[in-house]
Ligand binder design. Structure first.
Ligand code: SF4
Length: 337
């Protein structure tokens, strides 16, 4: 089923001589029951079910594998129509659940510590594939999420056209009806995308992965598509001024690379200048890559330097490490790159 463009479905139904309320029924099946196969839409006449099935590609995103950790984190490996695969992660925390979605097959950025970066970019996800990925997570989990984060495989702001179409469907009251403020878009610092997203003036949360407090550390960790730090900070200022939203700086802590106290001081200065929050993420190590997280006391010290300088800081403890929950690991272990 073509799940994003509601207007096209209306036009198609009109062309087929169907009454307008059929669109609401179909949208109900897709967005509230997460059912994409028209043949299963039991309150539609059989002839309409068959016509829909013949006219639209239905349910092109298929569950291939899933792994669950004792903490409740579930990682899904999803297959696409062309044989490519993507990953999504379902992360329960307390009474709330976050779905972490992918935006591309592979990733052009190639962060040195990330399994997804090793194979480069294969292709962008279409808008319908992004939405179907969300619906596949709902089906697997049996409920809607409380939060959505685009922090899975890919650089979302390099697939912004498709992402925006998908987000329109996800936030549309007549479709998935999800609040903009519960959606976080993560970027490695692709400034053209940050500026374009700012111009949309939506209320999405923007998370910018700095991973380094200066350009030389970022150069070591982020080989491709990297923009200078000053340009990223200017783009973040623009995002805040256009949307009124506070930006979050994501910072993956890596032993011996970016976890020294003086680097924490530099990061604090950057965050204060940008009026940004900081989210520290001790690296969820990928076995085949030569990076690991710092010791616990190093992490605590790093955090305390930020706090002492008045920065709002949180720490994201790696969940689901027993299910290869570091970005790209399930896809990697499935031999898809
Ligand atoms: S960390 Fe994110 S941006 Fe970097 S390579 Fe992995 S998926 Fe791409």
């Amino acid at each position: 089923m073509c799940v994003t463009p509601g207007r096209e479905l209306f036009r198609w139904l009109e062309f087929e001589g169907q009454r307008a309320f059929r669109a609401d029924q179909i949208m109900g099946w897709i967005y509230r029951k997460w059912t994409l196969d028209p043949l299963e839409m039991q309150n539609l006449p059989e002839c309409l079910r068959i016509r829909l099935s013949d006219s639209f590609s239905c349910g092109t995103v298929k569950m291939l594998d899933s792994q669950s950790a004792p903490d409740g984190t579930a990682k899904l490996l999803l297959g696409l129509h062309d044989g490519q695969t993507i990953e999504s992660v379902i992360i329960p925390h307390g009474s709330r659940t976050t779905f972490c979605l992918s935006s591309q097959v592979g990733c052009p950025v190639g962060c040195r510590f990330c399994a997804s970066g090793t194979g480069g970019l294969v292709r962008n996800l279409h808008a319908g594939e992004i939405v179907e990925q969300l619906l596949a997570c709902c089906r697997h989990y049996g409920a809607r999420p409380d939060n959505l984060v685009f922090m899975g495989v890919g650089e979302p702001l390099m697939n912004l056209d498709n992402l925006l179409v998908a987000l329109e469907a996800i936030c549309d009251k007549a479709r998935f009806d999800f609040a903009q403020r519960r959606i976080t878009i993560s970027t490695s610092g692709w400034t053209a995308g940050i500026r374009r997203l700012a111009e949309c003036r939506r209320q999405f949360n923007l998370a910018v992965s700095l991973h380094g407090s200066d350009d030389s550390v970022r150069k070591k960790l982020i080989p491709n598509c990297r923009r200078p730090l000053h340009e990223i900070l200017d783009a973040c200022d623009h995002y805040r001024s256009q949307t009124g939203r506070m930006v979050t700086f994501e910072y993956t802590l890596i032993d011996g690379v970016n976890s020294r106290p003086e680097q924490a001081t530099e990061l604090a200065d950057i965050a204060k200048r940008s009026r940004a929050k900081v989210n520290l993420i001790p690296l969820n190590a990928v076995p085949s890559l030569p990076f690991g997280p710092p010791q616990r006391d190093v992490i605590k010290k790093f955090m305390s330097v930020l706090e002492a300088r008045g920065v709002q800081v949180s720490i994201r403890i790696g969940k689901g490490s027993s299910v290869a929950a570091a970005c790209g690991q399930l896809r990697s272990s499935a031999g898809t790159y």
